[in-house]
Design a protein around this ligand. Structure first.
Ligand code: HEM
Length: 512
């Protein structure tokens, strides 16, 4: 054999291919959950050609058992949602009002996780259904996580957390028929005139946004900012969409939902995929502690707006969403937001609705995700957690001998981080708030709408209220809208076939 003979072109090609093939890393061998290599995932182990499947096929049993446990309890509300990740950048210096580091000076950047959602309808339900929309933001700050868990609508149905289970039960499908039923919804709302403002927002086209990018967000409650001198200021938050607020009419919503029932999620993936990064500016309104009682309404009442002409919005930062989740379950289904998750410089106000929320979220998350839910990657603070919480399912704290606060303990408290203090008055009580003013703001909202907006509101309301068979409930609802604005009440009465004079008489018997 003449070794000097050059390789033939065919042989050369084959050799080159061989070299390329051997340069490609071999994919790792598929393994089972205990890490052992698996030989076959298409055939179970059987006793001969026609014999039964063997229980000893550990890989088969493991695959089925894992599949059987893929679901966790869905959120009791806000089950349907979409997440995204990005950055919040402060544009102002708020240190005179709060010592929270994320708002301390312009240019401070904080990574965020966001989850948009609908409220009542279950996971996988069409995104075109009328509902308030959740707007929850988790800030991963250098002093721990801060969650701002808001909605697109600026007010709420009720003002006391004790009513939340009743409210949600009335809005969810009937336990008997599993159908959502306006008879049940309005049987609750008719006894709760404070819902008039929220219903006026919800039945406007704000109840069917054109996409998550096109919604504003609202903290809804008053929160308290505390500065390094311990001084307290009441604040309310507002996210303003830089894409503009865009909504669908009822007929547009049903057409859009008919074509793509997940159009809001599709839109967000599309925009971020095209690098059209959605942005929101964050604003606050503030009330000095001494001024809290100076308004016709109670600023701690979540059924009320803080009027922007009296309490101007002040811009504090901008949020940009930059990426969609890499794994939906891990980063969105398992994300846990709570209004109780705060950082030094931000505290809860006395708002009775907020106070109940402070308990409810972490409680449901311990049930939904387990005791160690804050160790899940998306929930974990970006700073080391230094405490003695331990054990529970999936514990990985790695604590050693000293697991308590005492002499020589590894972690020590720092008194500068104590909660702020506030004087209290009066005794314990169970009573409604004094300044209820259930209708005035709903009337202002109605009058500020365009003629087309009012028409949509009335026809959207009539679509549901018109199905109510209890005449008393129907007339009471129309009377609430009449109290907000006589023209509004008359239009609703007419649209649902009620006698307008009778509605006006009923309205006269209802307290403001
Ligand atoms: C007392 C009144 C309320 C109670 C008891 C309550 C309770 C809950 C519960 C139990 C969840 C499920 C949490 C989870 O499984 O992770 C939830 C989710 C949520 N709630 Fe509320 N809620 C109340 C009022 C509100 C209000 C007023 C807002 C808006 C300002 C709001 C916004 C949200 C949002 C955005 C979510 C979804 C968070 C996420 O995306 O995971 N809720 N709520």
């Amino acid at each position: 054999m003449n070794l000097k003979r050059p390789f033939s072109p065919v042989l050369l090609a084959l050799l080159t291919l061989g070299t390329v093939a051997s340069a490609q890393p071999k994919p790792p061998t598929l393994s089972n959950d205990n890490g052992a290599p698996v030989g076959d995932v298409k055939s179970s182990q059987t006793a001969g050609e026609n014999g039964p499947v063997l229980l000893q096929d550990w890989n088969l049993v493991q695959r089925l058992a894992r599949f059987d446990r893929e679901r966790i309890p869905e959120r009791v509300v806000h089950a349907r949602g979409t997440g995204a990740f990005g950055t919040f950048e402060a544009v102002s210096d708020e240190h005179a009002l709060t010592r929270a580091k994320l708002f301390a000076k312009p240019g401070v950047k904080t990574p965020v996780a966001v989850r948009f959602s609908s409220v009542i309808h279950p996971g996988g339900s069409p995104e075109s259904l009328r509902d308030p929309r959740g707007f929850a933001v988790k800030f991963y700050t250098p002093e721990g996580n801060y969650d701002l868990v808001g909605n697109n609508l600026p007010v709420f149905f009720i003002r006391d957390a004790i009513q939340f289970p009743d409210m949600v039960h009335s809005l969810k499908p009937s336990p008997a028929t599993n159908r959502q039923d306006p008879n049940r919804v309005f049987a609750f709302m008719a006894q709760n005139p404070q819902s008039t403002n929220m219903l006026t927002h919800l039945y406007s086209d704000l109840g069917t946004p054109a996409g998550y990018r096109f919604m504003d967000g609202n903290g809804v409650h008053a929160f308290v900012w505390v500065n390094d001198k311990g001084q307290r200021t009441y604040v309310r938050y507002r996210w303003k969409s830089l894409q503009g607020v865009k909504n669908l009419s009822a007929s547009e919503a049903s057409a859009t939902g008919g074509k793509d029932f997940q159009y809001m999620t599709t839109d967000l993936y599309g925009a971020i995929g095209r690098h059209e990064l959605p942005k929101w500016d964050l604003y606050v309104q503030t009330i000095a502690e001494a001024d809290l009682d100076k308004f016709a309404f109670n600023p701690l009442d979540a059924t009320k707006l803080w009027p922007e002409d009296k309490l101007p919005l002040h811009k504090i930062g901008t949020m940009t969403l930059e990426r969609m989740p890499k794994n939906y379950f891990e980063e969105v289904e398992q994300i846990a937001f709570s209004p109780g998750v705060m950082v030094p410089g931000i505290e809860a106000s006395e708002d009775r609705l907020l106070q109940g929320r402070l308990f409810s979220y972490a409680d449901t998350q311990r049930y939904r995700l387990g005791a160690n839910y804050l160790d899940i990657a998306v929930n974990r603070p970006r700073v080391a957690v230094a405490n003695y919480s331990q054990d529970g399912a999936f514990s990985a704290k790695g604590l050693s001998d000293v697991n308590f606060s005492g002499v020589g303990s590894p972690f020590q408290t720092n008194a500068t981080y104590k909660y702020s203090t506030r004087p209290l008055a009066g005794g314990t009580q169970q009573d409604v708030i004094k300044k209820q003013g259930n209708f005035a703001q709903a009337g202002e909202v109605y009058r500020a709408m365009t003629a087309e907006g009012r028409e949509h509101l009335v026809s959207n309301l009539a679509g549901d209220l018109g199905q109510v068979t209890n005449k008393d409930v129907k007339a009471t609802m129309a009377a609430h809208f009449y109290k907000a604005d006589a023209a509004y009440g008359r239009a609703v009465a007419k649209a649902v076939g009620l006698d307008e004079a009778e509605v006006a008489r009923r309205a006269a018997t209802i307290a403001e």
